[in-house]
Ligand binder design. Structure first.
Ligand SMILES: [Zn+2]
Length: 117
């Protein structure tokens, strides 16, 4: 009987630990990547990988939407509030997407602009 009680207590403890680990994993894996933050100032130059920052005007209209890449840097920025002249198509693009490229050290190495897919 004493052994049974000890086994049961141990098994409950393992369940509890496993539960805590799963809660921690859930927090780490799901809580951040899809996060969308809104603000009136320009997008910060770094952010949580996979998260989105929306710059809004006083009325709450979205001016730009920034997505952070897996280096925590600005991967793309979609601009809604101004035009961009596209030399390739000879058209004004509004909205348009800026796509920023970095080398493996995280240093910027270029930018392309095109329609938002
Ligand atoms: Zn732009």
């Amino acid at each position: 009987m004493v052994v049974d009680a000890a086994v049961e207590a141990g098994s409950k403890a393992i369940d509890w630990i496993s539960d805590q680990i799963h809660k921690g994993l859930d927090y780490l894996l799901t809580d951040r990547a899809g996060d969308v933050t809104q603000g009136k100032s320009q997008a910060p130059s770094t952010g949580t990988p996979g998260s989105t920052y929306e710059q809004v005007d006083d009325k709450g209209n979205i001016k730009s939407r920034t997505q952070y890449n897996n280096q925590s840097k600005v991967g793309t920025r979609d601009d809604y509030n101004h035009q961009h002249f596209d030399k390739k198509t000879q058209e004004y693009l509004q909205p348009h997407r800026h796509t920023y490229k970095y080398n493996r050290h995280g240093q910027p190495i270029g930018e392309t602009i095109g329609p938002i897919p």
